[in-house]
Design a protein around this ligand. Structure first.
Ligand code: ADP
Length: 308
């Protein structure tokens, strides 16, 4: 069993020819609405692999709430620990230009009403799961409280250190490192975390990077490298997991697909190495369709993809 605590958003996406300047009004293309939010994406990716997955979080009292719950339910996510609160659901406004450049405004809505007390009402769900998945779209207090419940119940915590907090400082890093039994981040986030002027790539000195990560309190870390795959750093020799070769259509949500499928594989009893190999296949498949949750494959689709 996997539990995930965090955010879900209705992503409102509109394509434009050129980005509007401040004060300017422009005409864009049709508005597309996708189910998003990092935690919801991760839960959907995990549940599509037939792993029992519960999402703990909140939707509002608007029309988006039904849409978000329907999409999660369709993916097989357990929605019994998602509460309805007064007001709007979490949403984003995303404006994309033909170069793929974007502007994103996040309105937390119901996600902002999840607090420590909220998590406590659903503590049993965390306690009976093998793995808890967290990311930093949820408030720090929620992340900390969820991990406290998990650790007391010997539930392993995988923390996706994304998005990177603006107020990152050594004590916050140590607090997050204490939470994470395994940390997952991409190459941009790794550079931000370590204050590096460059982004790690396959040529990097991984032993040195692991030493630097350990100095911030982290132990086991998975760094995703987009089309270059991922690297596991856990004190033994760094292990590179290659990406599958694909012609991507849209890489939105690939990182969430990687995290969700990694959670599914770990909770099935697989090693971190095997879990990252599964995640490599599942996340590559997710780049073949548009959107995040809408592009995630189920067990049959992933099996066919790997065998072909
Ligand atoms: P994020 O979406 O958080 O930036 P990444 O871009 O690192 O994360 O992607 C996460 C994982 O998705 C990668 O480790 C890789 O396994 C897979 N992936 C991403 N882009 C591609 C691609 N172009 N081809 C194949 N796999 C990809």
């Amino acid at each position: 069993r996997v539990s995930i605590v965090g955010s879900m958003n209705a992503d409102n996406v509109v394509e434009v020819e050129t980005m509007p300047q401040p004060g300017e009004t422009i005409i864009g293309g049709p508005m597309a609405v996708h189910a998003g939010g990092k935690s919801a994406n991760q839960a959907a990716s995990c549940a599509r692999l037939q792993l029992h997955t519960d999402l703990i979080g909140a939707v509002g009292s608007d029309a988006s709430a039904e849409f978000l719950l329907h999409e999660l339910d369709d993916a097989g996510v357990g929605i019994g620990s998602i509460e309805h609160v007064e007001g709007p659901s979490g949403s984003t406004i995303i404006v994309v230009d033909p170069h793929g450049e974007n502007f994103i405004v996040v309105s937390s809505g119901a996600n902002g009403k999840v607090d420590g007390g909220f998590v406590h009402r659903h503590s049993e769900v965390i306690e009976r799961s093998d793995i808890l998945g967290l990311c930093l779209e949820a408030p720090l207090q929620v992340v900390a409280e969820s991990s406290r419940i998990a650790h007391a119940a010997h539930t392993r915590v995988v923390l996706n250190i994304s998005p990177m907090p603006e107020d990152l400082n050594p004590s916050l890093k140590h607090c997050l490192a204490d939470i994470a039994d395994i940390a997952v981040m991409n190459e941009h986030e790794t550079a931000q975390w370590l204050g590096l002027a460059y982004e790690p790539n396959l040529e990097s000195d991984w032993d040195d990077l692991h030493d630097q990560l350990c100095a911030t309190g982290l132990g086991r870390v998975v760094i995703t490298l987009g089309a270059a795959g991922s690297v596991i750093l856990d004190g033994s020799q760094a292990l590179h997991i290659p990406a599958f070769t694909v012609q991507p259509v849209d890489t939105t949500g690939a990182g969430d697909s990687f995290m969700g499928s990694m959670l599914a594989s770990l909770a099935s009893g697989n090693s971190l190495d095997s879990a990252c190999e599964v995640a490599s296949a599942v996340s590559a498949f997710s780049t073949l369709g548009k959107g995040a949750q809408s592009s995630y494959g189920d067990t049959q689709q992933i099996t066919d993809f790997v065998l072909n």
